[in-house]
Design a protein around this ligand. Sequence first.
Ligand SMILES: [Zn+2]
Length: 461
Amino acid sequence: MKIGFEVHLQLRTERKLYCDCPTNYAEVPPNTNVCPICTGMPGAKPMRPNRAAVEAAVEISLMLGCRVQTGKPLYIQRKHYDYPDLPSGYQRTSLPLALEGSLEGVRIREVHLEEDPGQYDPVSGSVDFNRSGIPLVEIVTEPDLRSPEEARRFLRSLIRVLEYTGKVRPEAGGAMRVDVNVSLEGGGRVEVKNINSVKGTYRALKFELQRQAERLRRGERVSRETRAYLESQMITVPMRTKELEEDYRYIPDPDLPPVLLEEEWVEEVRGRMVEPPHLRERRLVEKYGLPPASARVITGERELADLFERVAREVNPLFAADWFRTKLKKVLNYMGLRAGEVGFSAEQLLSLLKMVEGGRISPEQGELVLRELAREPADPEEILLRMGLLPLGRGELEELVERVMEENREAVRDYLAGREEALNFLTGRVVRASGGRANPREAVGLLREKLEELRGKGQTS
Ligand SMILES: [Zn+2]
């Protein structure tokens, strides 16, 4: 199986690509963010491409290890086709801004800047042009992927790179569109369009794998074609015979001067860019000795990785990583929060981890505090107090231990007779009597101390 991608993601800019209309299309009534340019009125001339969009596309190219095409005119081309959401009859797409990158062993062929068309509703026949002209970055890979599982993993990695820049709209918001090329040995290349999620891509590929393999097994041809993915039925259906490159009649847009990327400016962008997540993941493994699975989870979001590296300076990194991968991630998922949205500070999380690491509170108590921290951020000391979990002082614990020994003489005798399990029983009593405030580790230590003291007295008397 050979799989290659064309991934489109909307760039998070305030203005559209060739006009000054705002881009918050989902928040406003249909056809309000529009002007003659983005509705393709006769005679309307586009403005120069939005610089923020160009910069975002260049930054993404650099993060993917691409060679940015500096010092030469990059024409904006018109790609012609007819569809109700495209009143001008062409979509503007740049020549590749960058070439030849790679991500996790998959070659990136090129990166383009494109504009989104409007939204056509085939049921009512109406078109909303709010989305028309929103900048898109298009990333084209070589057909280096070999299975739906590999493709899914790669797509997640690619989205992670894009999201690390903070300059794309989230995939979860449906701002992504994927076209995928898939072919089997001996069959033609099939392109599947209309996919807008990682899950959908995976399902479409599974379906195509089965469909194409079945045809080939029966000795039938798999013809070169374009298919559409139907989300509701999880199948692909024929769309139209593959349009050849010539059919789009690409021409440089005569209304727009070519984009010229200066070497110096590209280096400035490189200087500002964040560490790409795939490199950061590797570094976390090398620098802190993290298990690869933990490093993968922690680098899933930039803010999560930032938080981790902040606390890993002051607590054991392996201990912290374990907390991040299991407890913190669980709490965030449960609350439907992204790491960038949490209200607590790195210092608050750090002070909680220190309490657990130092044995002041148990991991179970720590988890309760963590949940509270995510729900209503405060100093962990305060949360302990609020939850009645403030650890017992030495004197209080001593009192409690003595009382429990007094009330459970039989267990005490058992212990003195050499039955170690009696100690667990007594510890349980102390923790219960404290309402969960006693730290079991401390309680067991103190109990043993007192019991041994008793044994010593018994021997001398
Ligand atoms: Zn406009």
